[in-house]
Design a binder for this molecule. Structure first.
Ligand code: GRF
Length: 201
C-alpha cells in the first residue's frame, strides 16, 4: 500500500511542488500525495496541485477559532486516509488537538538552522544577525512554533554580497532537496526518536 501524504500550505507552494516531483520520480518510494489543503483562497500552491491532478481543498481559516478550524482540516485529512502531514509554507500554528491527533506524523520545513531564527522572515533575521552560515530544517511538529525533533538540516554559506533575496533563493534550493529526504526517512520508518534526537537506523 502506498503511503498517503497530505500537504497543508498557505501560499506559493514550491516545497509542495518539489515534493510532488520527488514522489513522481521515485525519490520518495511507495508514496502519493493524497490531498493538498490551503487555508487561503487563491494560494498559488493550490493551482500547482490542480495542474498535477492532485485533489485540493481550500478551507478558509479567517475568523475561526484555532481548534474549530483544525478539526475541519483533520476531518478532511482523515477522509483522505492520510499517513503523513507535510506543512509547506503553512502560515498557522497548530492547536494541541491537531498535534495530539497525529503524533510524530506532522513535518514542517523552516528556512533557518533551528533553533536559530524561528518565526517569520528567518532569512532576514539571519542576515541581520550576521551569521556566516544559514540553512534550513525539516522537523517533527509539536505545539510550539518551529520546534520539535529535527530530522534533516542543510547548511548554506552566507556571502558578503548576499541579500535577503539571494540568501532565500539559496536556502530554498536546499529546502526542496531535504524535504523529500526527510519524508522518505519518515515514511520508510528508518529512524527512532531518543529525547529530541532523531536517529537514523
Ligand atoms: C519556505 O521558505 C518554507 O521553509 C517556509 O515557508 C516558505 C514556503 O515556500 N515555511 P513555498 O510556499 O513552499 O514556496
Amino acid at each position: 500500500m502506498r503511503k498517503r501524504i497530505g500537504v497543508l500550505l498557505s501560499g506559493r507552494g514550491s516545497n509542495f511542488e518539489a515534493l510532488a516531483e520527488s514522489v513522481a520520480a521515485g525519490r520518495v518510494p511507495n508514496a502519493e500525495i493524497a490531498i493538498v489543503v490551503s487555508n487561503r483562497e487563491g494560494a498559488p500552491g493550490i493551482d500547482r496541485a490542480k495542474a498535477r491532478g492532485i485533489a485540493t481543498r481550500v478551507i478558509p481559516s479567517k475568523g475561526l477559532e484555532r481548534e474549530v478550524y483544525d478539526r475541519q482540516v483533520a476531518a478532511m485529512l482523515d477522509e483522505h486516509k492520510v499517513d503523513l502531514i507535510c506543512l509547506a509554507g503553512y502560515m498557522r500554528l497548530l492547536s494541541p488537538y491537531f498535534v495530539a491527533k497525529f503524533p510524530n506524523r506532522i513535518l514542517n520545513i523552516h528556512p533557518s538552522l533551528l533553533p536559530s531564527f524561528p518565526g517569520l522572515e528567518s532569512q532576514r533575521q539571519a542576515l541581520e544577525y550576521g551569521v556566516k552560515f544559514a540553512g534550513c530544517t525539516v522537523h517533527f511538529v509539536d505545539e510550539n512554533l518551529d520546534a520539535g525533533p529535527i530530522i534533516v538540516q542543510a547548511v548554506v554559506p552566507v556571502k558578503d554580497d548576499d541579500t535577503e533575496a539571494t540568501l532565500s533563493e539559496k536556502i530554498l534550493k536546499e529546502e526542496h532537496r531535504i524535504y523529500s529526504e526527510a519524508v522518505r526517512i519518515v515514511l520508510e520508518e528508518k529512524y527512532k526518536i531518543a529525547g529530541r534526537r532523531v536517529l537514523q537506523s
